[in-house]
Design a protein around this ligand. Sequence first.
Ligand code: DQA
Length: 149
Amino acid sequence: MPETVKILVVNGPNLNMLGTREPETYGAMTLDAIGDKCRAVCKTHGFDMEWMQSNSEAVLIDTIQAACNKFDWIIVNGAGLTHTSVALRDALALFTGGVIEVHLSNIHAREEFRHTSLITAIAKGAVIGFGASSYTMAISAIAEMQEES
Ligand code: DQA
């Protein structure tokens, strides 16, 4: 029997405030509700999913390092660190599995400082601008890639 696909979802700074944080930009769902939705989608595919959020760059990096050889995929919303953190990008680059970048909002349609992502170039792909569905679309993409492999 093939091994269960293991997905780690990493959420960066301020995403714990979803639900009340700028709902016109990020939607009304809380991060916990998005996590529940992702868990349900993962279940339909038979994937294991772990979900984490931190406001600390160091905790995010430690978590990614510890995920090496334990998870097959990282789905990452680096939040503000997407645009600034070489260290977060370096951690994702050393990850042994695949990386998919997600954003709730369309960062390219917003302020210019959000147009640059340091993560995209080391990711397999990115899902941007579909709200909570960006996360579930990333999970579906993994399911399709698994079927093809
Ligand atoms: C975000 C976009 C970032 O620019 C912002 O700093 C966030 C959330 C998104 O999911 O749309 O915190 O990553």
